[in-house]
Design a protein around this ligand. Structure first.
Ligand code: ADP
Ligand code: MG
Length: 484
C-alpha cells in the first residue's frame, strides 16, 4: 500500500529527494594540511589556504579523493575518471574566499543505487544521482556575545561528500530508512562517522506533493536537518503544509525552508537560489582530477563486506529471516558480535538472544554493543547451558538478567544460586505427587475430560521446583501420572 496523506479534497502522494552532506573521515582538509578534529579550540586548525589569504594555492588531498571513490564504489556507482572542481560563488562571513570549491557538472561519482530494508522485510531500491566532493564553510557563532558574531574557521576547508538521491522516496519512513542505510554503509566503509549530532552528516530534504499518477509538483527544500527523526517529522509537516496551500487554491513557490525543532514547523528562509546565481566556473587553481583505472580497482579490492552482502550471507548461511538479518547487519560491531555467538551454536537461537534479549537490555540501559556487560563468548556460554539441559529456557532469562547486571559468567551464577535444572525423575515425581494431592478436585475434573487443566498442573509443578524442573520431563511424567 502506497503511503498517502488524506487532504480535504482527496489523497496526496509525497515525493522526496535527499541531499546528504557527509564529512569525510580524514586527518587533513580537502585542500590543506590543517587538522580536522571535532571540538578543538576555535581557529586552532586553520591554514592560510583555509583562511583564504591572498595568493594561497589549494593542493588536493589524495586520501579524501580515495574516500570519495571508496564511497562511490560502496554505492555501486559509476566512478568518473575525470572530474572538475568549480568555484561556487556566494558571500558569507564564514566563507573567507567568497566561494566554495565544489564540483558541479562533472562530479567524481555518478549514478548509483541504495537498497532500503523496509520493516516488512521487503527491499526498495532508491537511485543515487551523484556524489561530489566539496569544502565545508566555517562556522558563525552568534551566542557568545550580545552584539557580535564570532567566526570559527576550524571547519573551513574540511572535505564533504554531497550525496544526492533521486526523488524516489515516497514516505517519511522511507526517508528515515534511506538515511539509516546510507549511514550504515558510510560507517562500514570508514568514510564518514555518520554522527548527525556533531554535524558530520547533515541532510537537506526536498519535498513536494502530487496526486497519484501526476507529474512531480514544485518542491521546497528544508536545509540542514540534523537527525533522522527531525527529517521524518519535517517531511510530514511540510507535506501537510503544501497540501493545505494547494487545496486552498494557492501555488507552491520553490523556496528554502528551515525546520524549527521546538515548534515542529518549517519556516521560509529565502526564495530558492538557482544554479546560475552562484556563477559556477572551473577553479583556475586546480587541474581536472584524473584517476588511474588501476588505482580505482585497487580501492575496490579493499572494500569490506557491505551490509547488503552480509545480510544475504546471514540469510543463506544462518537461515535468518530478512528482518533479523537486516537488524544484525545494520551495525558492523553488532554483526560481528552475533557471528561470535552463533559460531558452533544454533544460529536462530543465537539471533533470538542477540536481537531480542541483548539488544533490548542494551537499549533500555542506553548502552552501545561495545559497552555490553555480556561479551559474545559469555552469551554463547549461556546458550550452551540451555543446549546441554543444564538450565531451562525459563531460568536462562533470569540468568541473563543477572549476567547483564553483574557481568558474571552464566555457569557461575547457575552454581551460586543452585539453578541447575532438575532432571532427576524421582524428584520431579515427588513434586507431581504433591501437586496432585493438593488439587484432588482439579484432578477429577481433568480425568472427566477437562484437558485444558494440563497447563495448570505443569505450572504448579514448575512452581513447586522453583522453575528448575526440566519442562519436557515434567510434561512427560505428568501426563503418565494423570492417565493412571
Ligand atoms: P539543488 O542543488 O537545486 O538543490 P539538486 O538537483 O542538486 O538541486 O538536488 C535536488 C534534490 O531535490 C534531489 O535530491 C532531487 O531528488 C530532489 N528533487 C528534485 N525534484 C523534486 C521534486 N519535484 N520533489 C521532491 N524532490 C525533488
Ligand atoms: Mg540543494
Amino acid at each position: 500500500m502506497a503511503y498517502v496523506i488524506e487532504g480535504r479534497t482527496g489523497a496526496w502522494e509525497l515525493v522526496i529527494g535527499l541531499e546528504v552532506h557527509a564529512q569525510v573521515i580524514s586527518n587533513a582538509k580537502l585542500f590543506s594540511g590543517a587538522a580536522t578534529d571535532f571540538g578543538s579550540a576555535p581557529n586552532s586548525q586553520v591554514s592560510f589556504v583555509d583562511a583564504a589569504f591572498p595568493g594561497m594555492l589549494p593542493v588536493i588531498n589524495r586520501f579524501c579523493v580515495e574516500q570519495a571513490v571508496r564511497t562511490g564504489l560502496g554505492l555501486k556507482a559509476e566512478i568518473n575518471l575525470t572530474s572538475v572542481f568549480d568555484r561556487k560563488n556566494y558571500f558569507y562571513a564564514d566563507l573567507p574566499a567568497g566561494y566554495q570549491i565544489s564540483q558541479y557538472q562533472q562530479p567524481i561519482v555518478g549514478k548509483g543505487v541504495l537498497d532500503l530494508d523496509m520493516p516488512d522485510g521487503t527491499v526498495r531500491t532508491v537511485g543515487i544521482t551523484r556524489l561530489h566532493l566539496e569544502q565545508d564553510a566555517g562556522k558563525s557563532v552568534h551566542d557568545q556575545h550580545p552584539a557580535k558574531t564570532f567566526v570559527d574557521l576550524n571547519r573551513s576547508g574540511v572535505a564533504l561528500m554531497e550525496i544526492v538521491s533521486e526523488p524516489d522516496l515516497r514516505s517519511p519512513e522511507e526517508a528515515g530508512a534511506y538515511l539509516r542505510k546510507l549511514r550504515s554503509i558510510l560507517r562500514y566503509l570508514g568514510t564518514c562517522d555518520g554522527n548527525m549530532e556533531e554535524g558530520s552528516m547533515r541532510c537537506d530534504v526536498n519535498v513536494s506533493v502530487r496526486r497519484s499518477g501526476e507529474p512531480y509538483g514544485t518542491r521546497c527544500e528544508i536545509k540542514n536537518v540534523n537527525s533522522v527523526r527531525f527529517v521524518m517529522q519535517a517531511i510530514e509537516f511540510e507535506a501537510r503544509r503544501q497540501i493545505e496551500v494547494v487545496e486552498d487554491g494557492g501555488k507552491i513557490v520553490q523556496e528554502t525552508r528551515l525546520w524549527d525543532t521546538t515548534k515542529f514547523v518549517t519556516r521560509s528562509m529565502r526564495s530558492k537560489e538557482e544554479a546560475h546565481d552562484y556563477r559556477y566556473f572551473p577553479d583556475p587553481d586546480l587541474l581536472p582530477l584524473v584517476l588511474e583505472p588501476a588505482w580505482v580497482e585497487g580501492i575496490k579490492a579493499t572494500l569490506p563486506e557491505l551490509p547488503d552482502e552480509k545480510k544475504k550471507r546471514f540469510i543463506d548461511v544462518y537461515g535468518l529471516s530478512p528482518y533479523d538479518a537486516g537488524v544484525l547487519v545494520a551495525d558492523q560491531e553488532r554483526a560481528a558480535f552475533y557471528e561470535t555467538v552463533a559460531k558452533g551454536r544454533d544460529p536462530k537461537i543465537a539471533a533470538n538472544w542477540v536481537t531480542g534479549d541483548l539488544f533490548g537490555a542494551l537499549n533500555r540501559s542506553g548502552k552501545d554493543i561495545a559497552e555490553s556487560p555480556i561479551s559474545a563468548d559469555a552469551l554463547g556460554g549461556l546458550i550452551d547451558l540451555m543446549a546441554d539441559d543444564t538450565i531451562s529456557g525459563r531460568i536462562a532469562k533470569d540468568v541473563f538478567a543477572e549476567m547483564f547486571e553483574t557481568g558474571k559468567p552464566a555457569a557461575a551464577i547457575v552454581e551460586e544460586k543452585g539453578l541447575r535444572q532438575v532432571t532427576d525423575t524421582g524428584a520431579i515425581d515427588g513434586a507431581i505427587a504433591a501437586v496432585l494431592a493438593a488439587n484432588a478436585d482439579k484432578v477429577a475434573e481433568f480425568r472427566s475430560g477437562k484437558d485444558k487443566l494440563f497447563g495448570f498442573f505443569v505450572g504448579q509443578v514448575m512452581k513447586q521446583t522453583q522453575g528448575k524442573a526440566n519442562p519436557a520431563l515434567v510434561n512427560d511424567l505428568l501426563s503418565k501420572k494423570l492417565k493412571e
